[in-house]
Design a protein. Structure first.
Ligand SMILES: Cc1ncc(COP(=O)(O)O)c(C=O)c1O
Length: 357
């Protein structure tokens, strides 16, 4: 006799780890949309100061961090949920809102965690394919809404296709979505978008009470190793996700680091500018090699491999110490997703690619 598990877990996808190779040398990691820059020195100081208090539980209210987020965004503290990465908030939203008979709508390919939400809750996942340009088909998504729909997710900019809409487009479209549906606008990469300032989407919250903006400290803030993200929405959304989670899910180091990182918007701007420089470099070099990309508003490119064999390219890069993400692991074969690194890393990627094309 063996132990038994909930049958639902068989439907939960396993996180598609990037190919890892026994490469003897310096690995170039361009597979997880991380920032290549280390945390700001004052963020490191804030973390160090917390080390002496690790005998205590972290603040379950995340009061200091929520206050800092409130000061930065103008959203009242009661409407701010902080999570162990923004993924935790997504999973908590599924726990709080989905059940068998309910539906969740999202585009595909999109962020790999979304299929977990239906699988873990027994709800039905309804997916709307991206259009030719790699954009969400917002009109099609709105028509998928039924009386059973509880949650609709728009990833803006989208991972993995890198495309985005300006807030005005989202604003217009939100009027088409019934108010009983919670709309999560996943803005993990919003700082990188040239179509908006991150503050622009905050105005949408006033006009759409069913809207939740989901943000993270993992991308431009460079703190993915600590795990912190947040949601701005209604007070009832915040209370619901807090109910279904353990109270201490966001550790003290993450809370302190995230609060300090918010104070360094000049660093955010510097990283965004650097990202633009590297994006233009990588995109133009790929174009010279005959490889097409979608219009990136993020810190990565979604590259069409044309006649080239995806496995040969992705595995060949890994064998040369450059880790990118295979399109087929992300929902669309014949592509790869490559994160922009430092100039040195990007040139290692391009040089390795040249050996394979
Ligand atoms: C679209 C999107 N949302 C959210 C996240 C998750 O971030 P976190 O590290 O905050 O859980 C990612 C990370 O890759 C992402 O691509």
């Amino acid at each position: 006799m063996s132990i038994e598990f909930n049958r639902r877990i068989e439907d939960i996808p396993v996180y598609p780890a990037a190919s890892t190779y026994a490469f003897e040398g310096e690995l170039v990691k361009l597979a997880s949309n991380e920032t290549p820059y280390p945390p700001h020195p004052q963020v490191l100081e804030a973390v160090e100061a917390q080390l002496r208090t690790l005998n205590r539980y972290p603040d379950p209210e995340k009061a200091f961090l929520r206050k800092r987020i409130s000061e930065r965004t103008g959203v009242p503290v009661g409407r701010i949920a902080v999570g162990n990465g923004s993924c935790e908030i997504l999973l908590a939203a599924a726990d709080a809102m989905l059940e068998p008979g309910a539906e969740v709508v999202y585009a595909w390919p999109s962020f790999s965690i979304y299929p977990h939400l239906a699988a873990m809750s027994g709800a039905r996942a309804v997916t709307a394919p991206l259009n030719e340009a790699g954009e969400h088909d917002l009109a099609a998504m709105a028509t998928e809404v039924t009386a059973a729909t509880r949650l609709l997710i728009v990833c803006n900019p989208n991972n993995p296709s890198a495309t985005a809409f300006a807030p005005a487009v989202i604003d217009d479209w939100l009027h088409e979505v019934p108010r009983h549906v919670a709309v999560v606008l996943d803005e993990a990469y919003v700082e990188f978008s040239a179509l908006q300032d991150p503050d622009d989407s905050l105005d949408l919250l006033d006009r759409h009470p069913n809207l939740v903006l989901l943000r993270t400290f993992s991308k431009v803030y460079g703190l993915c190793g600590l795990r912190a993200g947040y949601a701005l929405g209604s007070e009832s959304f915040r209370l619901a996700v807090d109910r279904v989670r353990q109270p201490f899910s966001v550790n003290a180091l993450a809370q302190a680091a995230a609060a300090e990182a918010l104070a360094h918007q000049d660093e955010v701007e510097r990283r965004v500018e650097q990202n633009v420089i590297e994006r233009v470099h990588v995109e133009s070099e790929l174009a010279e090699r005959g490889l097409e990309t979608t219009e990136s508003q993020a810190n990565f490119s979604w590259v069409a491999l044309g006649d080239h064999d995806e496995d040969e390219i992705v595995d060949g890069l890994a064998a040369r110490g450059v880790i990118v993400r295979a399109g087929k692991a992300l929902g669309e074969a014949g592509r790869m997703r490559v994160t922009y690194g430092t100039r040195y890393e990007n040139d290692r990627f391009l040089a390795a690619l040249d050996e394979l094309l």
